[in-house]
Design a protein around this ligand. Structure first.
Ligand code: CA
Length: 355
């Protein structure tokens, strides 16, 4: 989530506004040419808005957005190596079998100082997931999938990957809602939606992304890396639970002394989490670090640790602000969390895993 990306977001054409159509009446333009020109404009406009998404009724959408009270099926979509919080989140999810079945883990692309591009970021994340599972003594055969090697270039063209294909197949085969716990740029899930829009009827996306809707900007690492995918989450009508960074998950601070108290000597995974936390930053004096992504895992474990609101899905602008349209469909926005409950549950589960 930290904004330290070294890449530049390339803004495409304005996503929402049709440019006014002007028609030059060139001298000598034949009627046939005019018709051809108008036809080509019509075809162009049609393809610009060609993507049809299934529309859920308000009743179904609101039922999907209700906090889950029973065990759910999840897939985790994670840019695991982009910093050190995804590692905690993946471990936390895998150690919560009473609350969720982790059916698959997808490596997501990222580009910051810890990768030389989205493909490298995805590959580093893939390897980090395997490393975590090895340290936990867990089998990862047929569980971990490589995701997109690039971000979406436009809103109609998915980036195919093993992860996106698996998500389509898994979602379509699922008889109950499949929760897609998205902890990075949402390229994999956006691609899957473009590949098979019907998965909108099958999934619930819980996304760590964006700032809260009243913040002065939407600008946040996961969101800005792939603006087209982020817009698609807000626009497609997919059931979306948005877990923003500021001013919500920014409360998930921890320190080296706290981690050493609860995780030191608690098996290879406890020691590894402390090691990567220490390595992430040089100056540890009065140092704390936000473990952003565990919020998403904690939300589906026990929603009573959170406050949320039903809101109209915002319009994400190219200026990375939110615009309001109260005729839009609903999303659920997380507005508050209880930090101690979340860390307490995660620490206990890592300790119990070691026993
Ligand atoms: Ca992440």
């Amino acid at each position: 989530m930290k904004i330290k990306s070294t890449f530049t977001v390339k803004h495409g054409a304005n996503y929402y506004q049709n440019k006014p159509l002007t028609f030059n009446k060139h001298k000598g333009t034949s009627l046939l040419n005019s018709i051809c020109f108008l036809l080509s404009l019509f075809i162009g406009m049609s393809s610009a808005f060609s993507q049809e998404f299934p529309k859920l009724s308000d009743e179904i959408l609101l039922s999907r957005l209700k906090p889950n009270t029973e065990k759910i099926k999840v897939v985790i979509d994670t840019d695991t190596y982009n910093e050190v919080d995804d590692q905690f989140a993946v471990v936390y999810a895998l150690l919560s079998p009473e609350q969720m079945d982790v059916e698959a883990i997808y490596a997501a692309p990222y580009h910051n100082s810890r990768s030389n591009g989205p493909a490298d970021g995805m590959e580093k994340s893939y390897k980090e997931i395997l490393k975590l599972m090895d340290k936990m003594g867990m089998q990862h055969e047929d569980l971990v999938y490589r995701g997109s090697k690039e971000f979406l270039k436009n809103k109609n063209q998915p980036v195919e990957s093993d992860a996106a294909r698996d998500l389509v197949k898994r979602a379509m085969a699922s008889e109950e809602p499949l929760y897609v716990l998205t902890l990075g740029a949402p390229t994999n899930v956006a691609s899957a939606i473009l590949m098979e829009p019907k998965i909108i009827e099958k999934i619930v996306v819980v996304w760590l992304g964006g700032k809260s809707l009243e913040w002065e900007t939407a600008r946040e690492f996961n969101l800005l890396q792939d603006m087209e995918s982020s817009k698609l989450l807000f626009d497609s009508g997919v059931p979306l639970i948005q877990v923003p960074t500021e001013p919500v998950t920014s409360h998930l601070l921890t320190t080296i002394p706290e981690l050493e108290t609860y995780l030191q000597g608690k098996g290879p995974i406890g020691d590894y989490l402390i090691e990567i936390f220490k390595d992430y930053h040089d100056n540890h004096y009065a140092y704390s670090k936000i473990i952003w992504d565990i919020a998403v895992i904690a939300y589906v474990i026990d929603s009573s640790w959170f406050k949320t609101e039903i809101r109209h899905s915002p319009i994400l602008t190219d200026q990375m602000t939110y615009s309001v349209d109260q005729s839009r469909h609903f999303i659920r926005l997380v507005t508050y969390l209880r930090r101690d409950k979340i860390f307490g549950d995660m620490f206990r589960k890592i300790q119990d895993h070691h026993k």
